[in-house]
Design a protein around this ligand. Structure first.
Ligand SMILES: [Fe+2]
Ligand SMILES: [Fe+2]
Length: 216
């Protein structure tokens, strides 16, 4: 039903804009941060090279989550069935937690959000819409591939965050588990494996996002 699609799309759009503006969505799921109750990072404090590096890694992850909101928005706009549009909506709500947790870790390191966030949002809405137009099974395949790539990326970050920062590590570990869960539902929902050139294009695009949001 078109009105249902429109309603879902408006909800996504509202949520996506909030991510860029840094305004939380009150209706979003909110699990407490896995960092809660863990000891504060040891070693050099805020302002140190280590804190800045970790803060920037979390800024990259925040930017990735902004892009995720954009993808879900684009995909929901062009989804063929309300079932898939609903699934995208649910996943987007769950991803809100990741935004909140990354934002907390960035703030703890004194690192501001990437100034390129509006660009990531606009680009990812477009990519998501294209994926949705290709059909629901391709769209779910796109979710699965995105999540698999994010999992590898998070593993790379876990190798860089030392044990003396248990809070950032806990956030990354929980995000890894959540992304795996998203990849699995997309695969179980009938997601098709994307062709090699598409997967490569996605990897290059995310490289652009990770380098860009680390520095800007
Ligand atoms: Fe996420
Ligand atoms: Fe995810």
């Amino acid at each position: 039903m078109p009105s249902l699609f429109l309603e879902t799309a408006i909800r996504h759009f509202d949520r996506a804009l909030r991510t860029v503006a840094g305004v939380p969505d009150e209706q979003a799921e909110s699990r407490p941060s896995p960092a809660l109750d863990l000891p504060a990072p040891g070693g050099p404090g805020p302002g140190s090279g280590q804190a800045r590096h970790i803060g920037r890694l979390m800024r990259v992850n925040y930017a990735g989550e902004v892009a995720a909101q954009g993808l879900y928005l684009g995909q929901s706009l062009t989804a063929r069935t309300s079932e898939v549009a609903d699934k995208m909506d649910q996943a987007a709500r769950e991803e809100q937690d990741h935004l909140n947790w990354c934002s907390e870790r960035m703030a703890a390191s004194g690192v501001p959000a990437s100034r390129l966030n509006p660009l990531w949002l606009a680009g990812s809405v477009t990519m998501g819409a294209v994926a949705g137009l290709a059909g629901d099974r391709w769209s779910l395949g796109f979710v699965a591939e995105t999540e698999r790539q994010v999992m590898r990326h998070l593993q790379g970050h876990l190798e860089q965050v030392p044990d003396n920062d248990p809070r950032s590590r806990a956030v990354l570990e929980q995000m890894y588990l959540d992304e795996r869960h998203h990849a699995e539902w997309a695969e179980e929902g009938g997601g098709r494996r994307l062709p090699f050139p598409v997967r490569t294009g996605m990897r290059l695009t995310s490289k652009f996002l990770t380098v860009g949001s680390y520095w800007i």
